[in-house]
Design a protein around this ligand. Structure first.
Ligand code: ZN
Length: 307
């Protein structure tokens, strides 16, 4: 008897629950207007700082890794191949590598699919007193033959037309329908002020050159020299900052490389090695009292095969 009643009671209970659920959470009636709301952070609002991973010793150098785009901003790419996913996977792979090697503290500006304003990303690095800030991106071009990774540092002027185009494209992440979310319309003039921080700029250039050197034969670079342009995300006065465009999602080979575990591994190994060498050099310079690197303007670009 109980065996027969139990399922019946269960069905009755389910029916009652459905009635209640319909009363309280019922779908709106036909013809009702819907508004799609995208939650955006308040411009200038303060964010919670991400956790710092690695050694507890706060004297260890800290690298803040920034996965470009996120949330409602997919970045470049199309279909299932979206820049925001690629950059997050690369950032996480780099973190794994750095933590496995030890000695370096690591924080990610975002560890999930969420949106951050460009100035907030740099602000996180500044607040955490990072020693290095790396913003990871992937490009897209109308020409499917455009390929290769590029290292960028901050400058008021693009090193060439392509660099300026890219900076304008990346800086658009902070706009919705052309309206600036972060009120950074005067970003370029602000960058000029911050460029007075020559020491940070010199360190950023030094690090970018290390990535090019360590990546030789392992990562296909579009340019064998560092490029520069007015990237808002690099506008941090006192944290050496570089932007790593890891490749073109519009190029078949690059896209396959960036989306593969091997490609991520290669990116992480090269970048982690460059980070370790960079910090080792900084430590040696601090220990011996050697002079800091020359001002960014006086640092010659490496003579590579690029133009
Ligand atoms: Zn991007």
């Amino acid at each position: 008897m109980l065996l027969i009643l139990a399922p019946l009671a269960g069905i009755a209970l389910l029916f009652a629950l459905l009635l209640v659920a319909d009363r309280y959470f019922g779908a709106p009636g036909a013809g009702r207007d819907y508004v799609l709301r995208i939650p955006l952070p308040q411009a200038g609002g303060r964010l919670g700082l991400p956790p710092i991973e690695g050694p507890l010793d706060a004297s260890r150098p800290l690298v803040v890794i920034d996965a470009g785009h996120g949330g409602h901003d997919p970045g470049a790419g199309a279909g299932t191949l979206r820049e925001k996913d690629i950059t997050l996977a690369l950032a996480q792979a780099l973190r794994v590598r750095l933590l496995a090697d030890g000695g370096v503290r690591v924080a990610l500006t975002r560890d999930s699919d969420r949106f951050l304003l460009l100035p907030e990303r740099a602000e996180i690095a500044r607040e955490l007193k990072a020693d290095l800030f790396i913003s990871i991106h992937a490009d897209s071009a109308a020409n499917p033959d455009a390929w290769g990774a590029t290292l960028y540092t901050l400058s008021d002027r693009g090193s060439n037309e392509e660099a300026s185009r890219l900076a304008a494209s990346e800086n658009r992440a902070d706009t919705v329908n052309g309206v600036a979310l972060s009120g950074q319309s005067d970003a370029v003039s602000a960058i000029l002020v911050d460029l007075s921080q020559r020491e940070s700029a010199a360190q950023a250039a030094e690090f970018a050159r290390l990535v090019l050197r360590e990546g030789t034969g392992k990562i296909d670079f579009r340019e064998r020299s560092i490029q520069s342009a007015a990237f808002i995300v690099l506008k941090s006065a006192d944290v050496p900052s570089v932007l790593f465009e890891a490749g073109y999602l519009s190029n078949q080979n690059d896209a396959a490389r960036l989306a593969s575990p091997e490609g991520r591994q290669s990116f992480a190994e090269v970048t982690a090695r460059a980070i370790r060498i960079h910090f080792a050099r900084r430590l040696a310079q601090a220990a011996t009292g050697a002079p800091a690197p020359q001002p960014a303007t006086a640092v010659p670009e490496p003579t590579g095969t690029g133009d």
